[in-house]
Ligand binder design. Structure first.
Ligand SMILES: N[C@@H](CCC(=O)N[C@@H](CS)C(=O)NCC(=O)O)C(=O)O
Length: 215
């Protein structure tokens, strides 16, 4: 494979970098070692706010993918979709246009309606970055999760193994990255949703999950 100089700037545990790390690990488990070097930017030490990282991404967030020409992609889904298209052999994307749209649709629902509130909950309840606790914000984030989690629970009612069906999809990576962040602060917001709990246990057995997840 080419592009030996691509670099993923990331930090383990943080949900958006973990989404990309899980994706890369899923590709590896399926036989495609993507030529992406992974480099930790220590957010606990504030390295993401220093000029070196701001030169990569003026918003100071992670992940960032540095391409071989030195340019950067700074959004996790754009990074994953770039890697899908750049290395299409064995990519996760569906061949069928409607299935591909549904898969992307679900990833957006998980990211915007589930992973976002879960991250807000973590930062409001017990921020790893040391933000002050905000109990009202934590409660609001928790409440906003009810509908989206019910939606996912209902999807899994048909017995599918993974969020979009039998094949792993980016939505699975996004969801699991969010759940790891909750586990890190000993939080569990899945409630009485046996399908989601079974999916969580199943996903965490996967080779990619075992390789990437720390909590
Ligand atoms: N929409 C962006 C969000 C990136 C983001 O907010 N990353 C978090 C880690 S999960 C971050 O870098 N937070 C540090 C900060 O905002 O100071 C993406 O999907 O990549």
């Amino acid at each position: 494979m080419s592009d030996p100089s691509m670099k993923l700037y990331m930090v383990p545990l943080a949900p958006n970098p973990t989404k990309v790390m899980l994706y890369i690990a899923e590709r590896a488990a399926a036989g495609a070692e993507l030529p992406v070097e992974q480099i930790v930017v220590n957010t606990l030490k504030g390295r993401h706010r220093q000029p070196e990282h701001l030169a990569r991404n003026p918003f100071g967030t992670l992940p960032v993918l540095e391409l071989d020409d030195g340019s950067h992609l700074i959004e996790s889904l754009a990074i994953v979709e770039f890697l899908e298209e750049r290395f299409p052999d064995g990519a996760l994307r569906e061949a069928d246009v409607e299935r591909r749209a549904r898969s992307r649709d679900l990833e957006r629902v998980v990211d915007l309606r589930v992973a976002g509130p879960m991250a807000r909950y973590v930062h409001a309840a017990k921020s790893p970055l040391g933000l002050p606790p905000d109990h009202a914000a934590a409660a609001a984030a928790e409440e906003s999760l009810e509908g989206p989690l019910d939606y996912l629970e209902a999807l899994l009612d048909d017995g599918r193994a993974l969020l979009t069906g039998e094949r792993v999809a980016i939505a699975d990576c996004t969801m699991q990255a969010a759940l790891q962040f909750l586990r890190f602060v000993d939080a569990d917001l899945l409630g009485d949703r046996p399908n989601l709990r079974a999916w969580d246990a199943r996903y965490r057995e996967r080779q990619a999950a075992q390789a990437v997840l720390k909590w």
